[in-house]
Design a binder for this molecule. Structure first.
Ligand SMILES: [Zn+2]
Length: 344
């Protein structure tokens, strides 16, 4: 990055960079100021177990840094979810760049999932970043944990559904493995716009038959049972109900699977995917680009289903996260706030 500079200049730069950040944080925004750059950021400080933690940052270059060619201002870094009691790293992922219209600034985003098993208010977020060769900059952001109760339910399965649950055939195992491979992909060059997409529920329906992170017990026809977590939201709608993409992105899977029937997976941001299960028919294929509320198929009862419904699920870095987050918290913080906050 700054290879051609003499070590004298490097030392000067390091002195300039060793300023003390002025940290001011309120609600969901924070800013850091220094001589050569400033960071403004938006994040969801309060979270329920199962919500993702998203941090969107604008790095604005000042003074000497603003005169450097644009390609030298590359920032690399990580977002970490940390246990604030033990400092143990719980999850981490790479920051990715969004497009920015402004010449002297760049916008980066970091996203980590939380799980529905979190119980205590002892989490914080750490952002580690490098600008050029100036390494090991970091700051932490406080988080406020909001407890949430999850539903417990027992599902009595008939013979067909019991058979699906106990199907360990090579075909089913291959289907599980290939979907996991997709969900484990962080395609960092994948983003469409300068701004984040709007999200919406995939259909209009007030009748939810199962909720995110229900603690489920399946009872099989052979008398045995097993427990599992319900990864998404089930909408009780009749077969043939139109289903729409919850956000802009690219279809990365559209096929018939043994356990989830006709299924669609859409990539929205690096590591962020939405899933639609038990469909009756598909209107998209892998590779298609979709917008928020693009028509993608019709609901049904294919695969393991006790009746017609749509299963909608969102995954971040493999972890199933709360889909409602994207239609409640996300628009108020990351769409409305961003307009005011990054405009100045
Ligand atoms: Zn479901």
């Amino acid at each position: 990055m700054f290879n051609s500079k003499t070590s004298k200049i490097k030392i000067l730069f390091l002195i300039i960079f060793s300023f003390i950040f002025c940290f001011c944080s309120f609600a969901t925004t924070a800013s850091y100021e220094g001589k050569n750059y400033e960071i403004k950021l938006i994040y969801n400080k309060e979270f329920c177990p199962g919500d993702p933690i998203l941090v969107q940052m604008q790095f604005k270059f000042l003074g000497k840094l603003s005169k450097l060619p644009k390609d030298e201002k590359i920032i690399s870094g990580k977002i970490r979810l940390v246990n604030s009691d033990t400092d143990k790293n719980l999850r981490s992922s790479t920051l990715f760049e969004m497009k920015s219209k402004k010449r002297n600034s760049v916008i980066y985003m970091g996203m980590v999932p939380t799980t529905t098993w979190f119980e205590k208010n002892n989490y914080k977020v750490k952002i580690e970043y490098n600008i050029g060769e100036f390494e090991n900059n970091s700051f932490t952001l406080p988080l406020e944990f909001m407890p949430k109760e999850f539903v417990e339910e027992v599902l009595v399965l008939d013979q067909k559904n019991s058979d699906i649950k106990n199907d360990y055939s090579k075909e089913r195992m291959n289907q599980i493995e290939s979907l996991n491979k997709i969900l484990d992909t962080n395609n960092y060059s994948f983003y469409k716009d300068e701004v984040l997409s709007e999200f919406s529920e995939p259909l209009v329906c007030d009748r939810r038959t199962s909720f995110f992170a229900d603690r489920r017990t399946y009872k099989y026809t052979n008398g045995k049972s097993s427990t599992s977590l319900h990864y998404g939201i089930d909408y009780g709608v009749k077969t043939g109900t139109e289903v729409f993409s919850c956000g802009a992105g690219k279809v990365v899977m559209a096929e018939n699977r043994i356990s989830t029937g006709w299924s669609i997976c859409i990539e929205h941001l690096p590591g962020l995917y939405s899933l639609y299960y038990h469909l009756d028919e598909l209107s998209v294929k892998a590779g298609d680009e979709v917008d928020t509320l693009s028509f993608i198929g019709k609901s049904g009862a294919t695969g393991l289903a006790t009746g017609p419904h749509l299963h909608w699920e969102i995954r971040l870095n493999m972890e199933a996260i709360n889909p409602d987050f994207f239609v409640t918290t996300y628009p108020t913080i990351f769409l409305q706030e961003r307009e005011k906050f990054f405009r100045q």
